[in-house]
Design a protein around this ligand. Structure first.
Ligand SMILES: NC(=O)c1ccc[n+]([C@@H]2O[C@H](COP(=O)([O-])OP(=O)(O)OC[C@H]3O[C@@H](n4cnc5c(N)ncnc54)[C@H](OP(=O)(O)O)[C@@H]3O)[C@@H](O)[C@H]2O)c1
Length: 228
């Protein structure tokens, strides 16, 4: 049995993960505020805000992917305590809430795993990222801790993408010139697409990743580790 719960399946990377899982013949459940626009008998959907709403009861899932996140970029002089609280809430507490709700069901199945999302800006210091980097550092710590706590039943891994072409990044990737400038800052000279990130999630959820847990996978066009 393989049935994947994607929190945040309506758009972006999570939407792509659902499409990849369905194409592999797996069942999916999507929880987000809006619909995914995907029509498939193997997809069940719930429209819920994971911060303010009641999480639905869901049976028979062996995997959870938590996608909600934020990119609030401000100089330190302008960023507020509320910005830090909001980032912590959606990135860390939202994930904690979902994992607490579903862990006992996930644990009871074979090839149980979870995927969470960090950002390149945790490993590589970047101006204006103080709030999101604090929150995502929390996600990385949570991922490693839970990987240890849930072993050997559940593998937990975390993907740390660079800027990726989704709705979340659209305020930054405003036009082709900006895209070109940002691509050129990456050693691989490209802007990541949603499928560059979702394919890593699909791998991590699969049996092929059965020996991988507690890892932060940096899918960032070389940004955090290469200097060329
Ligand atoms: N894109 C990037 O440049 C980038 C870079 C580094 C890290 N990341 C991380 O990668 C992850 C996925 O990013 P993405 O670009 O795919 O984000 P996205 O396009 O904003 O999609 C986020 C998904 O989460 C859902 N969501 C957000 N808030 C929610 C809430 N309160 N309750 C329920 N669902 C909620 C959204 O659906 P609804 O709006 O329908 O609820 C959507 O389906 C995030 O954690 C992000 O921080 C992204």
């Amino acid at each position: 049995m393989s049935r994947v719960l994607v929190i945040g399946g309506s758009r972006g990377i999570g939407n792509n993960i659902i499409k990849e899982q369905l194409s592999l013949g797996r069942e999916c459940v999507s929880v987000s505020r809006n619909g995914s626009g995907i029509h498939d008998n193997n997809l069940q959907e719930f429209n819920v805000d994971v911060i303010s709403g009641d999480l639905p009861d869901i049976d028979n899932i062996n995997a959870l992917v938590y996608c909600p996140g934020s990119i609030i970029l401000k100089p330190f002089s302008q960023i507020t305590e509320d910005d830090y609280k909001n980032d912590f809430e959606i990135n860390v507490l939202g994930a904690v809430r979902c994992i607490k709700k579903y862990i006992s069901i996930i644990k009871s199945h074979e090839n149980a795993s979870m995927v969470l999302f960090s950002t390149v800006a945790v490993n590589q210091g970047m101006p204006f990222h103080s709030s999101v980097s604090v929150a995502k550092a929390g996600v990385e710590g949570l991922s490693k801790t839970l990987a240890a706590e849930f072993a050997p039943k559940v593998r937990v891994n975390c993907i740390a993408p660079t800027l990726t072409k989704t709705d979340l990044a659209s305020r930054i990737l405003r036009n082709e010139k900006i895209e070109e400038n940002i691509a050129n800052k990456h050693p691989l000279k490209r802007i990541c697409e949603a499928e560059d990130i979702s394919s890593m999630a699909t791998f991590l959820l699969s049996e092929k990743a059965r020996s991988i847990s507690g890892q932060i996978l940096r899918v960032d066009a070389g940004m955090s580790t290469l200097k060329i």
